[in-house]
Design a protein around this ligand. Structure first.
Ligand SMILES: C[S@@+](CC[C@H](N)C(=O)[O-])C[C@H]1O[C@@H](n2cnc3c(N)ncnc32)[C@H](O)[C@@H]1O
Length: 156
């Protein structure tokens, strides 16, 4: 699952590359998710898009129904008083944990230093095990990175 899938490039490329795995993209912005929907062909039966806010995860999923969550270039909400809106805020992390059930993992990418620092602190405060930390993903040993629309635009 990807929360904040935008125009859906990342989740679509995943669905094409891994036809035996089901993917869900959640996006709350209607005009953006509409673009994602238009670009998603019926040849991808393993991809679903949800137009809604990720606050309501328990309305969409049974516990344990998905095992991996992607947060790609999530909105940084830079003002101090907005920290609870950040998708790596511990309140959100707890809701992801509940949705995962026994086990699950989060793949998080950002180019926003403040959000990166905030998120590391939140992951630690909520007892997540960290791995594959990179400050320069594109020049790291990590293989198989699938670029998002945002990532392509700003790394270019
Ligand atoms: C900066 S964009 C990145 C889009 C895409 N992940 C990419 O990398 O190209 C962040 C997206 O997350 C969506 N978003 C933010 N908070 C959300 C939430 N609580 N539920 C669903 N979508 C959310 C926004 O509407 C926006 O489209």
């Amino acid at each position: 699952m990807e929360i904040g899938c935008g125009k859906g490039g990342f989740i679509r490329k995943n669905a094409e590359a891994y036809p035996h795995i089901n993917f869900v993209g959640i996006e709350r912005n209607l005009s953006v998710v509409a673009v994602a929907a238009r670009r998603t062909t019926e040849e991808l039966p393993n991809l679903a898009l949800v137009w809604d806010d990720a606050k309501k995860l328990s309305d969409f999923f049974e516990v344990g129904e998905f095992q991996r969550l992607y947060l790609n270039f999530s909105d940084p909400w830079p003002k101090k008083r907005q920290y609870k809106r950040r998708l790596t805020y511990r309140g959100y992390l707890q809701s992801y944990r509940e949705a995962f059930g026994d086990k699950g993992e989060i793949f998080f990418k950002t180019d926003n230093r403040n959000l990166f620092e905030f998120s590391l602190n939140e992951f630690c405060a909520d007892n997540w095990k960290l791995s594959n930390i990179s400050l320069d993903l594109h020049n790291s040993d990590y293989e198989g990175n699938i670029m998002t629309e945002y990532e392509e635009k700003f790394s270019a």
